[in-house]
Design a protein around this ligand. Structure first.
Ligand code: ADP
Length: 795
């Protein structure tokens, strides 16, 4: 169906071209004028006929059109351009004037005929049987009073008239050529009219396509894709539009009859020279390595030189440039496909379309040149198809180029992102490892009855180390969120417990500032829910930490309400309310952006990176809710969000935050031997000290291979295994131990985040993870759990 439609359109366009500029297929041979007379009495005018053949010619004379006959200077083969032609042994110049005469014998008929007059070089006046029938511009015997004009004209021949005496005055004092190049056609009025309309419609349609295409690519270039090839193609398309509308059929001149010849002729030549120049440049930017620099330079220099000539020189000069320029076009027709072929062979993006388009280009130029040299009629429908194919294929080249560039940019961006996140991971790992020693040592010293003044100094040291750790963690976290690497757990959690744990953890901070830290939990919140306890804890503690930080007097309140719940769903309204410094309206918009603080003095006064809220916001967004703020400067702030959870029946009693363990000072690990596998001597020192303080015996292996060698399951009850070590890493060592039938608990010690290593830890047979730098309490809890199985296992 589609193919049929396309085929019909093709036929229609083809018929358009033959109709307008006629193969007179049915009436061969086409009658020719002889000795100034053309006999059309046997014609039916099924197709239009050119009034070609021998016309009478009078050089430098305007013969009285009323005269029935006048002895002619000579007979010329019409259409006839006199510039450079020889008449009676004399070579005529381009400038001058002349009369052409022809008698047309017509049959008796019942149809109105129409004569279609093309443009002439460069003004004419046509008389039929002594009366003016058409004119273009103003003829004259000298440049004085002469006005050139090119426009399509047509007039009717009534039914009763059987003889037409055509007297055509042509004058030229501006163009390098003089006379007339295109045939005058006679035919049935309806058909001539239809032909003209079809020609105009095709020209308008093609102009519209090119213009819109040009604007589209111009927009693409201006909107950010600064690819010069795209700009040049856009300019070429727009410039070439003029060649379609303002040349040949002169549809533009029909629409705007008042156009000045001196302007339009300049534009006609300029757009040709410039158009080819732009196309040459475009090809050069498209495939710079496939085009000869010299050929490109020569062609473009000529094009731009000729363009400059068309801009500044008089018409009689620049119109002479057309023939050398057409020779250059012939070279381009051959050379451009060669460039595209090379590009295709060298596998350039979109070169296959470029190569196909060069076929269309050769086709269009061949048709245009053959018509220009009057070898064939205009074949407008066929050249329309050629033009459309050419521009369409070139658009594909550019689309391909844009998507290729985009793909490359995306690849680079992804590589950049990966490099950044790898870098941050490595850096954070490297920073966390020495921090482990600093924090661990501070704890040890604090536990060894230091002097009072030393306690203060150690507190500062510990506070700073923890602060640094929080910053590193924030950066790492944000990096992960941005890279989309964050996964949420979907496990049982007790929202109320998490909130009270946050309060317990930050109570000291609040007390130190002399403010109250309160928690209000709705009585309706009874059942545990499905969620991510780690992330929930992170959001709450971040908000509460901020609230304490920015409040000098009054209180900080965590309020958890239950606006609605059903059998399996519960909605929680969580608010962190403070009576602190508040946030101005203007700053309320920006503080959720990363690295943004309400004002620059904040970081000086309170410290912080400006990442905390950005992280909270993203964590909540990824869980389908929105962190909101209402605040008044000087009065306080409320950060709040409403989150839906699935309820679960209280099943396994989890006590992640509140197991009562024996006091570590009582040395509860007495009699327990632990194998510590760690390559960093500082970390060995820290862990060793803690473990010994808690009563354990410690054997140390400096890498996985050594651990395999030392491990004695009759002696060791637990392995603490660093993951990244030389010789053999912790994963491999754990795998081998499990393969050897070792069943004692193996706990990973790592400076990576749990989510980064969790999967491999599990698959390697490790039982749990302790994150470095570790809090002594956490390490203690995990060891107790794994050694004695007292249910204190927590993440
Ligand atoms: P940080 O606290 O590390 O600077 P945040 O992203 O947590 O980064 O906070 C960004 C900014 O928002 C803070 O610097 C502060 O200006 C403002 N802000 C956050 N919470 C509060 C609050 N409770 N009261 C007043 N200002 C706040």
């Amino acid at each position: 169906m589609k193919i049929k439609a396309v085929f019909s359109l093709f036929l229609l366009l083809l018929s358009g071209s033959t109709l307008s500029y006629g193969f007179s297929g049915g009436q061969l041979p086409v009658p020719q004028a002889r000795a100034g007379v053309i006999d059309l009495r046997l014609q039916t005018f099924e197709d239009k006929l050119p009034l070609d053949g021998q016309w009478q010619f009078y050089w430098q004379q305007f013969v009285d059109p009323v005269l029935k006959s006048a002895p002619a200077d000579t007979l010329v083969q019409f259409p006839f351009m006199w510039g450079g032609s020889t008449v009676k042994g004399q070579t005529l110049p381009g400038f001058g004037y002349a009369t052409y005469r022809l008698t047309v014998l017509l049959p008796k008929r019942d149809k109105i005929l129409r004569i279609a007059m093309p443009d002439a070089y460069s003004a004419y006046q046509l008389f039929v049987n002594g009366r003016e029938a058409a004119a273009n511009g103003h003829i004259s015997t000298s440049a004085h009073g002469f006005v050139p004009h090119w426009q399509y004209r047509a007039f009717d021949v009534e039914k009763g008239i059987d003889t037409l005496r055509l007297t055509l005055y042509i004058a030229n004092f501006v163009h390098s050529k003089g006379g007339i190049k295109k045939p005058i056609y006679i035919g049935e009025k309806v058909k001539i009219e239809l032909g003209r309309q079809q020609a105009a419609a095709i020209d308008l349609m093609l102009t519209g396509c090119l213009f819109m295409g040009g604007l589209f690519f111009l927009g693409l270039y201006l909107m950010g894709n600064r690819d010069r090839a795209i700009l040049l193609f856009a300019l070429y398309s727009i410039v070439y539009c003029y060649r379609i509308l303002g040349v040949d059929n002169y549809v533009l001149h029909t629409i705007l009859p008042g156009l000045d010849w001196y302007l339009t002729a300049r534009l006609e030549y300029l757009t040709l020279f410039l158009g080819i120049g732009l196309f040459g440049l475009y090809t050069r930017y498209l495939y710079p390595d496939d085009i000869s620099k010299t050929a490109h330079w020569v062609v473009n220099s000529i094009c731009f030189l000729f363009s400059a000539a068309a801009l500044v020189l008089p018409a009689s000069w620049f119109t002479q440039l057309i023939n050398p320029f057409l020779a250059l076009c012939l070279f381009c027709i051959v050379y451009t496909p060669y460039v595209y072929f090379r590009a295709y062979k060298n596998k350039r993006p979109g070169a296959v379309y470029a190569l196909a388009s060069s076929g269309a280009l050769m086709y269009v130029f061949t048709i245009t040149l053959l018509h220009y040299w009057s070898i064939t009629p205009q074949l407008q429908g066929l050249s329309f198809i050629g033009y459309i194919s050419f521009f369409f294929l070139q658009s594909l080249v550019l689309s391909h180029r844009v998507s290729f560039a985009l793909g490359k940019a995306r690849q680079q961006a992804e590589q950049g992102l990966k490099a950044k996140s790898d870098f941050l991971s490595t850096m954070s790992h490297e920073i966390r490892t020495p921090l482990n020693s600093v924090i661990g040592m501070s704890h040890l010293l604090l536990g060894n009855n230091p002097r009072k003044d030393q306690v203060k100094q150690l507190d500062v040291m510990l506070y700073s180390a923890n602060h640094l750790l929080a910053i590193v963690n924030d950066i790492l976290d944000y990096n992960k969120i941005e890279a989309g690497k964050i996964n949420f757990e979907h496990i049982e959690m007790n929202f109320g417990d998490i909130a009270s744990h946050v309060v317990t953890g930050l109570q000291d901070d609040a007390q130190r500032k002399g403010i109250a830290l309160k928690l209000e939990i709705d009585g309706d919140l009874k059942s545990p829910v499905l969620g991510d306890p780690t992330r929930t804890f992170q959001v709450l503690s971040n908000l509460v930490h901020n609230a304490i930080k920015f409040t000098a007097t009054g209180y900080v309140l965590i309020s958890i309400r239950v606006p609605q719940q059903s059998a399996n769903k519960i909605t929680l309204d969580v608010r962190v309310i403070d009576t602190g410094i508040g946030i101005s309206k203007g700053h309320q918009q920006i503080i959720f952006d990363r690295f943004t603080q309400a004002d620059s003095s904040t970081s000086r006064g309170f410290g912080g990176t400006g990442l905390g809220l950005a992280i909270c916001k993203r964590i909540l967004e990824l869980q389908g809710t929105r962190l909101q703020l209402s605040s008044e400067e000087g009065k306080g702030s409320v950060f709040y969000f409403t989150q839906d959870f699935e309820k679960i029946a209280e099943s396994i009693k989890q006590q992640p935050f509140g197991v009562v363990l024996p006091d570590p000072q009582q040395k509860p690990l007495k009699g327990i031997t632990i194998l510590l596998v760690e390559d960093n001597p500082m970390n060995v020192l820290v862990a060793n000290n803690f473990l010994k303080n808690w009563g354990a015996e410690v054997d140390v292996a400096l890498n996985g291979a050594e651990a395999l060698h030392i491990l004695d399951t009759t002696k060791h009850q637990l392995v603490l295994m660093d993951l990244q070590m030389p010789v053999m890493d912790g994963y491999e060592a754990a795998r081998r131990m499990r393969a050897d039938g070792v069943t004692i608990p193996i706990v990973a010690l790592t400076a990576n985040l749990p989510s980064e290593v969790a999967e491999e830890v599990k698959s390697s047979g490790l039982d749990d993870i302790v994150i470095k730098p570790f809090l002594p309490g956490d390490l203690y809890k995990k060891i107790m759990y794994h050694v004695f199985g007292n249910g204190s296992k927590s993440k």
